[in-house]
Ligand binder design. Sequence first.
Ligand code: NAD
Length: 478
Amino acid sequence: MAKSIANTAQEPHFFDDVSQFFDHAAQFTKHPKGLLDQIKTCNSIYRFSFPFRRGDQIEVINAWRVEHSQHMSPTKGGIRYSEMVNEDEVMALAALMTYKCAIVNVPFGGAKGGICINPKNYSVNELETITRRYTVELIKKNFIGPAIDVPAPDYGTGEREMSWIADTYTTMNPGQLDSFGCVTGKPLSLHGINGRRAATGRGVAIAIRECVDVAEDMKRIGLTPGIAGKRVIVQGLGNVGYNTVKVLLEFGAVVVGVCEYDGALYNPDGLDPDAVLEHRKNTGSILGYKKATKEFRTPAEGLEQECDILVPAALENQLTEENIGRIKAKIIAEGANGPTTPGAEAMFVEKGGIIIPDMYCNAGGVTVSYFEWLKNLSHVAFGRMDKRYEEMANLNLVNTVEAITGKTLTPAQRMTIVKGADELELVNSGLEDTMIRAYHEIRETKNTNAGIDTLRTAAFVGAINKIAVSYQNLGIWP
Ligand code: NAD
């Protein structure tokens, strides 16, 4: 009989959490212990410090890059800027990247980086200096490159930082044809890809839709199937949270709650995330937004309000054994990495809830990063070569059907059928296909293996099996 994850009174650290989830899932695989240990361990941990000149003072900046697994190359994972960054966190996030890539069949190993700073305390020029120096440190140790390790945005970073990294790397590697593939999440003007900015959130929304569309599973947790009308609370209106709720609104869900670092808002009839952000821009806080029926100065209280789906999309360790009992949602969709501790997950699932695990749920970002990397290596935008050819072929087909049937399409109908796909449509289609396939693969693993209790365990089992095959095929050299 398989062991379940213990409800430990003392919450362990983040890498331990990931390892606990891994060990639990490993019971359902048949791989030798040594191979499992190799998959679990972080292969390369680079911790470094560098000086930063601030006025007439010198500040020491602490930074990390962890490459968790090179069973596939390059390794891939975001860079986080936060005062809370530490080695344990970067190791855990790097490990999650390995499993995430395996789940969505992205041929990369996992990595993660972090700089221990609060970006709000630095000017744009200072952030540029720190980012460029961080990049140079990675170059010096061969911890970055389109075939080595490819960073991306994470908490506290975005297109701007990715541009500085790309420019620094390219400057230091003159003539390297693929140099812009050294980082993803770049702006479009600098060899980025349409759809990357919203990709993680779009992926989270698709994951939620797939989950709530399964009538049998919804019946079990007392919800009706379908996304329309489902009440959602989001924690964090940043890149992931904002784009998740924007797409969920398109799908017909209602955003009843928004939690940010400075407080939380609630309205059972729905909140407009753009209006909330506009209010914060004008006043400096989300609090005081007139269309909220309730507001909370303690952000965590916002998580505990009435809803069907909770989307933690800020940071790890938000749902613990201390607060999980007060969560009213039936579904937790992990936009953030590691928001739920193992003990909290065990309690939530025992109560009958569903957790869509981070390593699948937020994998849309790395999926589209993979498309961006492919674009950088091929040096051509998706759709550029075949869009017009596709349109001509469609037009010939429409003309032939019209000639045979004697009927004519309206200009709007004709346009819909004839139009070839552009880059955004291709990217979103690839993303959607990836998220749908992966969800049903995970669900199938759960339902066909006695003893697998959660989607997370099923996701880990699938990932471990795929990574094990890669390691076995690679062999050991020397
Ligand atoms: P972000 O910096 O764009 O946004 C984070 C948001 O959370 C900000 O609006 C911040 O104000 C808010 N926040 C901070 N502390 C909070 C608190 N205590 N309560 C409520 N809100 C709080 O970061 P992001 O890129 O959206 O990343 C969020 C999470 O998603 C992280 O766990 C990250 O690892 C994960 N993730 C991001 C991506 C990506 O493509 N950006 C991909 C996969 C996973």
